[in-house]
Design a protein around this ligand. Structure first.
Ligand code: 3H9
Length: 712
């Protein structure tokens, strides 16, 4: 047919193989090749039936996502609908043979076939909403006809894939095939060849009544508004599925196409597509090629069983990697293990994991009080209290007890990795692995490159992050690394706003309305206000004198208000940790601000968002220019996966691009005039804004940069 679609024959069954590595996306040429193959089987009287199958690891992962960017920047709009009609109208039955994934356009293609068979391990789904779009090739019209309206709404609006077994139970898959999928599919094709071929679009048996459907759509909209706050695609997907219940198939497809186009051209979709590719781009490190050897990590140890250490031990256990969990005394160990057990029990209770899985994980976490068994481990993650002297002492011990070549990683969130490494005789084996709390939930892993960290150690940690279900992002060794370094100015501005006349609730609400998972003050209360207080006290000597510093949070800490753990912080908490605004805090801040001579004023939500988000952007630009992040997109991925930044805004740097860097720069200049030196615009931001460029342009231009710069 062409080099992307090949046909072969097995007696009187034609096999149409889609071969577009790595994931058989429906890139230009693939639909044409399939169409030509369908024409051919219909012209050949010796053919009884056809099987469509994917070469390599998967059936079809969907439309080629790269093409969407071309379409929105004026390229031709390509529709799959005519091809799918051609398949459905084929006089010879077409069996779709699915392994790996049939996602998005891949499932739409499969549903246009007359039958579907699958390997039991396959997955099917309409994940388009995760890209800010909806199925655009009849998925919202054919899926409800095969699985019923309720399931179709759920799959199209939430985007979660389902297993082939579940799909078979729903009637989406006609037969599961253990063993050789192609052989099974050909046998199946021979069995059905003489029967009338069913067309999905003509089915009406699962369409439901108007009254039943009204309840389904109303509940789906409520769920989408709550769980996918601020997103337009899930609601559009629900509208499109609703059209399938009210309109004939062709008109339903027209309604779907209109909604698809609106979503495709939205800022949300552009942002989410940026995130899709960004999450894959961060794995690519210019000076560490794919072929860099990686070290096997079969057994690990975690030092410290506090909140972070316990969570990290769970991360390894969840990935079936046996882990030693070390503490200094029995009491601490018992407390740490107790928390781990409680976390697993909660997950079982909520139906997230099975009891068997929890038991297996607990079984491979071995509590220890000495370093005796450390000589066997491939990697250690240190997660002790955040203090340089203690960390250096631990690394000195690790250097003594661990075998040569073992990776020695620190979970520090702020400290200098090179200084920690200096406590060992093998700085090349030392690296930062900064997990985010709760470690077993948050996807981000900042991997901190020390000056001497070896390429093998970095490559191993990057690869390991994927195995652990994390997104590893390599960062340079500066204070706070990337995420926390930016979080400082963000929370600083949030506090300033409160000291200037706003309050915790208004600041949090403005940022939650912007799309953040949590507001900055609630986040502080959750993490413990004392954590930042301790760090601020440790670093106070580094601050320039005469520069405005926020004071309210330090004073709350002085009063023992550490946040949720003391049931008082910026908010008051009940025993279930539900917050209410605290009038005492509001009055105290007013009084402190008056004493400090800070004029009070009404502050709008828009100003709250600009002050906090642009503080992130300005610091992000400095980090980028200094070379502590490889690309702007790396910063975006860090913020989305570690700090609850809304993915549909693409991350802080992409958001700034969307707003227009000139506008962002001017607003930062305003803040500079009003609030002084802390708001000095980052030189890179100024340069890009003045030359009409974006952070995305910066990424493109610096792609050839050989190596992440490190602190001298
Ligand atoms: C759609 O179908 C709309 C329709 O309704 C039709 C409308 C007209 N396109 O993730 P991996 C690349 S929308 C282009 O690392 P894994 C990916 O960038 C689409 N490229 O592997 C990476 O490239 P690189 C709906 C794609 O094994 C490489 O393939 N479908 C696409 O961990 C390997 O990917 C989806 O949303 C694509 N569709 O996971 C599915 N997919 O090596 C999106 C992947 O250069 N894809 N690439 O970095 C996935 O969920 C995962 O990639 C998959 C494999 C589970 C398939």
């Amino acid at each position: 047919m062409n080099n992307l679609v090949k046909i072969t024959k097995d007696n009187d069954v034609v096999i149409i193989t889609i071969d577009n590595p790595p994931v058989n996306a429906l890139s230009p040429g693939v639909p044409e090749g399939i169409g030509a193959a369908i024409d051919e089987i219909n012209h050949d009287p010796t053919v009884k039936a056809a099987v469509v199958i994917g070469a390599g690891r998967t059936f079809v992962a969907g439309a080629d996502i790269k093409e969407f960017g071309k379409m929105t920047s004026g390229g031709p709009r390509r529709s799959l609908l005519p091809l799918l009609l051609k398949i459905e109208d084929s006089a010879k039955p077409v069996v779709m043979a699915i392994h790996g994934q049939a996602f998005g356009g891949g499932l739409e293609l499969a549903m246009a076939g007359h039958y579907r068979v699958a390997s039991p391990s396959a997955q099917v789904g309409q994940p388009e909403v995760k890209l800010g779009i909806i199925p655009g090739a009849g998925g919202t019209q054919r899926l409800p006809r095969l699985v019923g309206v309720a399931k179709a709404v759920e799959m199209c609006a939430e985007g979660k894939p389902i297993s082939a077994r579940d799909a078979a139970a729903l009637g989406l898959i006609d037969r599961l095939i253990d063993g050789d999928l192609l052989a099974g599919a050909v046998t199946f094709a021979c069995e059905i060849a003489a029967k009338p071929a069913p067309k999905t679009r003509e089915r009406a048996d699962k369409q439901g009544t108007a009254a039943e459907n009204a309840v389904i759509f109303s509940a789906a909209r409520d769920t989408a508004r709550k769980k996918q706050r601020g997103l337009i695609a899930p609601l559009a997907a629900i509208d499109a599925v609703e059209a399938s219940t009210k309109l004939p198939f062709d008109q339903g497809c027209e309604a779907e196409a209109k909604l698809f186009t609106e979503c495709l051209f939205s800022d949300q979709s552009k942002a989410l597509i940026h995130v899709f590719f960004g999450e894959r781009k961060v794995a690519k490190i210019p000076d560490i090629p794919k072929e860099t050897p990686v070290l096997p990590i079969n057994r690990v140890a975690v030092v410290g069983s506090g909140t972070m250490g316990g969570g990290i031990a769970m991360v390894f256990a969840n990935a079936s990697i046996p882990v030693l969990l070390k503490e200094v005394d029995e009491a601490a160990l018992e407390q740490g293990l107790g928390k781990i057990k409680k976390n697993y029990a909660t997950s079982v209770q909520r139906g997230r994991i099975t009891q068997t899985f929890a038991d297996e994980c607990l079984h491979i976490i071995t509590p220890v009080l000495s370093y005796d068994a450390f000589s066997d481990v491939d990697m250690v993650v240190e997660a002790v209290f955040e203090g340089m002297a203690l960390k250096k002492a631990v690394f000195g011990d690790l250097d003594r007890v661990c075998r040569k070549g073992a990776i020695l990683a620190s979970n520090t969130s702020t400290l200098d990795i090179d200084e920690i490494a200096s406590a060992t005789s093998r700085p090349e084996s030392v690296i930062g692995t900064h997990f985010f709390s709760p470690a077993n939930v948050m996807r981000l892993l900042e991997i901190v490159r020390g000056t001497k960290s070896s390429k093998e150690v970095i490559a191993t940690c990057m690869q390991l992050s994927k195995k652990l279900g994390k997104i590893g992002v390599l960062v340079g060794n500066c204070r706070g690394f990337v995420g926390n370094r930016m979080f400082g100015p963000y929370r600083r501005e949030a506090q300033f706003l409160i000291e200037e006349g706003s309050d915790a609730q208004s600041v949090d609400q403005a940022l939650v309305d912007f799309g953040n998972a949590m507001g900055p003050m609630a986040t502080g209360d959750l993490a413990g206000l004392d954590v930042g207080w301790r760090i601020r006290k440790e670093y106070r000597h580094l601050e320039k004198p005469g520069i405005r510093q926020p004071f309210a949070e330090d004073r709350l800490c002085e009063m023992g208000r550490y946040g949720q753990k003391t049931l008082r912080g910026w908010y008051l908490y009940d025993e279930n940790r539900r917050p209410t605004p605290d009038p005492e805090v509001i009055a105290l801040v007013r009084q402190w601000s008056a004493e400090a001579g800070i004029p009070q004023r009404q502050i709008s939500s828009a100003e709250i968002v600009d002050r906090c988000i642009y503080a992130l952007v300005n610091e992000g630009a400095r980090i980028l220019e200094e070379g502590y992040a490889l690309r702007a997109v790396d910063i975006d991925i860090i913020y989305i996966n570690g700090y609850g930044f809304p993915a549909h805004r693409g991350g802080p740097m992409w958001y700034a691009d969307t707003m227009g860097l000139q506008k962002v720069y001017e607003r930062i200049c305003d803040f500079h005039r009003q609030h002084g030196e802390l708001w000095a615009p980052a030189p890179l931001l100024k340069r890009l804004a003045q030359s009409g460029k974006t952070f995305a342009d910066f990424d493109k231009e610096s792609q050839a940069a050989p190596e992440i710069a490190l602190r001298a």
